[in-house]
Design a protein around this ligand. Structure first.
Ligand code: MOS
Length: 758
């Protein structure tokens, strides 16, 4: 086991940072490395005699490859080989070998496996050359002849083909889909609304492109720097696909320039780079282009219908929420779109439905708050529409139906401080001043509107192990094969360890991003703090036990017979509170006991038995102001207040960044981001950042984030729940509701681009 920083160069806090508490806002320990170029990303690791690979993608959506002419490409000086399905190295042919740890039900795509084309942009060849330029020039000379077959990429034209998702063999269990009799209750109710909502495809556009640098050792060992959200997942994928022993492969992801779910599964540059290495016996790097970032996985388009019914006083009588989403022909990608509608509000009659349509495209993949971004949007816009029907304040309607109990799961919440989110958020925003009628506020030429929505997300905890080693020089090295996709894992884990052990933050080194480190689950589902953080705290408490045991055994020990709850670890000391003479520096303690290092570990497995009695979740209330120019159809989001309940906050600064980043993306999904398909070609057309719009600084104004008090020891031993995804949920609905308030016009399709607003 690696216990000291080898070539990982795990970042540490600047000297002088000193003691930290849990919750304290602490700057990123990796901040300096990231802004000075010290942090190396997957495509930046050097290797002797490195070969460069460039991928050729299919130009048709469905059919067969008749022939691939690589002669001209191979004639380019510096080109070493062109790999296709005909000459690639051996890989397993069973679909099971390609199933990564997060694969949905079905049969995963196998890159360069055979002559079948399953989607536009599918990799069909890999050009390997001494230089990147030679590989790129040659890649344009590869001629592919296809036998093209008819394809279907149009969800809205194929809704009739919708089918139930195939269940995963293990794990995922679909929730009950009906409680009471929603249809009858709808029919009998006094006030109702019924609407269809559509939401377009989005693509992850992290700054860092997917890349793999496969470094081949003398002994054939492969050290792979890869962009992903789990080095463990990618190591197991590579070893299974190519029939290698796990000990022959190390995957590292010490720095990841954003991923947002796109790195939960291995992407095709990884197996292709490994193929190159196995074929040539040399180190190989493959980097995707920005265009290729649109050729694997995306947030799926959805069609949703919501029907709500209530009494005159706003009491909900019926909730019906049905969604149809797209998937590939290969796998049934499922996400939780409708289930939130069975968790958020008190209601006796609920009916939920979720269906998929298979299309000739790549399998969609999780994108920040997968499912909830579209599902909660529809529910929360529908709630606003119902409030209009009721002539009731939309916040009042939410409070009227507030519940501490998840109706569909039939369980009480382990904690739910959503009411505090509503109250504190409304106060900060000034919601009480909102005139009820649409079109009643104006700023010069622009109409002004205020809208709000609720957000809900999971409080997930998976499995993970952490090891903590205290050295005689006072350094604490804590390790886990966790990831930091830009979310602050390095910082928060070091902070948890430092706070627990009472050591200055700069003394703590947290190592992550290496498949040889202690086992960790994927960094996904906002689970890393509750999972890896708990393992880190557990390892530190175990280390405290061991230190106390050493201390008790010292001759004439002032700690004899004491237990952990009678001592404290602070300022680098073990001491007895209230008796200053009974205190010892941890490094002196190690030296006195004749130990060079002291190691402790903890394995965290989520206690499902205990959790089964509770509904768990994180919540938010989002309030927003828009200014709309009706002549141009432009919408500006001028103010957002996001009040969040997500358990105990570990680091106020990084947590706030997570939420405000989520709000920015929520605004982006509401107004800017959309991937357009040309269904005649079966291809995404705007696959670049000039035509795929993401917000710039001028699009983002005031964002205020506040966390309400919440602590949940059922969610995790730290009391924390996780803040990665809750920040985006509900934001687009708040924007939509604000546009309605400004203009009196209801837009039921996102993004709400000027053509829809005008
Ligand atoms: Mo997140 S979409 O679970 O990386």
């Amino acid at each position: 086991m690696t216990d000291l920083i080898a070539d990982l160069n795990a970042p540490t806090a600047p000297v002088g940072t000193g003691t930290v508490r849990l919750g304290q806002p602490v700057s990123r320990v990796d901040g300096v490395a990231k802004v000075t170029g010290g942090a190396r990303y997957a495509a930046e690791h050097p290797a002797d005699g490195l070969v460069h690979g460039v991928v050729v993608n299919s130009t048709i959506a469905r059919g067969r490859i008749v022939s691939i002419d690589t002669r001209k490409a191979r004639e380019v000086p510096g080109v070493l080989a062109v790999l296709t399905h005909e000459n690639r190295p051996r890989m397993r042919s069973l679909g099971f070998a390609f199933k990564d740890l997060t694969a949905p039900a079905g049969s995963p795509f196998k890159p360069l496996h055979d002559d079948r084309v399953r989607y536009s942009g599918q990799p069909v060849a890999l050009v390997l050359a001494e230089t990147f330029e030679a590989a790129r020039a040659a890649s344009r000379l590869v001629r592919v002849r296809y036998d093209e077959r008819p394809h279907d990429t149009n969800l809205l034209a194929s809704l009739r083909r919708a089918h139930r998702p195939r269940p995963l063999k293990f794990g995922y269990k679909p929730p009950p889909s009906e409680k009471g009799d929603a249809r009858a209750a709808y029919g009998a109710a006094e006030v109702k609304m019924d609407a269809v909502y559509t939401a377009g495809v989005e693509h992850h556009n992290p700054m860092e492109m997917f890349a793999s640098t496969v470094i081949r050792g003398e002994d054939g060992h492969l050290t792979i720097y890869d962009k992903n959200q789990s080095s463990i997942n990618c190591r197991s994928y590579v070893s299974r696909v190519f029939g290698l022993k796990k000990s022959q492969v190390t995957v590292r992801n010490p720095y990841v320039g954003g991923a947002f779910g796109s790195g939960l599964r291995p992407q095709y540059q990884l197996p292709l780079a490994v193929m190159g290495t196995l074929y040539l016996g040399r180190s190989v790097r493959v980097v995707m282009t920005r265009q290729q970032m649109f050729t694997f996985g995306h947030r799926p388009e959805t069609w949703q219908r919501v029907r709500l019914a209530a009494d005159r006083d706003g009491t909900l009588r019926s909730i019906e929420h049905v969604a149809i989403a797209e998937t590939s022909r290969m796998e049934d990608y499922t996400e939780v779109v409708v289930n939130w509608s069975g968790k958020l509000y008190a209601c006796d009659n609920i009916r939920l439905g979720y269906r998929l349509v298979d299309l000739d495209q790549y399998t969609p993949i999780d994108m920040r708050a997968p499912g909830a971004v579209h599902g909660v949007h529809a529910l929360e816009v529908a709630m606003d529409e119902l409030a209009v029907e009721l002539d009731m304040d939309p916040l009042e309607l939410r409070l009227r139906n507030y519940t501490e109990y998840s109706p569909m799961e039939d369980l009480p919440y382990s904690s739910k401080e959503l009411r505090a989110c509503y109250t504190r958020g409304a106060e900060r925003f000034g919601w009480a001043e909102r005139p009820p009628r649409p079109r009643s506020m104006q700023d010069g030429h622009e109409l002004v509107g205020w809208g709000m929505a609720t957000g809900i997300w999971d409080a997930a905890q998976f499995y993970g192990r952490a090891t903590a080693v205290l050295h005689t020089d006072g350094r604490l090295v804590v390790s886990s094969a966790a990831s930091d996709i830009g979310t602050g894992t390095y910082t928060v884990m070091a902070q948890i360890a430092a706070a627990t052990m009472g050591l200055p933050l700069e003394n703590v080194i947290f190592q992550l991003g290496d498949s040889n480190l202690p086992l960790a689950s994927v960094e996904g589902g906002s689970s890393h703090v509750a999972t890896i953080g708990s393992a880190v705290e557990g390892a530190c408490v175990e280390l405290q036990q061991k230190l106390l045991r050493l201390a008790r055994r010292l001759p004439g020990s002032p700690f004899e017979h004491l237990t952990l709850d009678q001592v404290e670890f602070a300022d680098g000391h073990l001491r007895v509170p209230g008796s200053p003479e009974r205190s010892m520096r941890l490094v002196d303690l190690l030296a006195a006991a004749g130990e060079q290092r002291l190691e402790a570990s903890h394995t965290l497995v989520s206690n499902m038995l205990r959790k089964r009695k509770w509904a768990l979740g994180t919540h938010s209330a989002v309030f927003c102001e828009v200014k709309v120019d009706e002549d141009l159809g432009t919408v500006r989001v001028t103010r957002v207040v996001s009040a969040v309940a997500a358990g105990r906050i570990m680091n106020l600064k990084t947590a706030t960044s997570q939420i405000s980043g989520g709000v920015v993306w929520g605004i982006s999904g509401a107004l800017h981001e959309e991937t357009y398909s040309d269904h005649r070609l079966g291809r995404f057309m705007n696959h670049n950042l000039s035509e795929y719009h993401v917000p710039v600084n001028a699009d983002i104004a005031d964002i205020e984030v506040l966390f309400v008090d919440e602590e949940d020891r059922i969610a995790s031993r730290l009391g924390a729940k996780g803040v990665g995804e809750i920040g985006i949920v509900g934001v687009s609905a708040a924007v939509c509701n604000a546009i309605y308030h400004a203009t009196g016009r209801r837009i039921r399709s996102t993004p709400m681009t000027p053509d829809k607003v005008m």
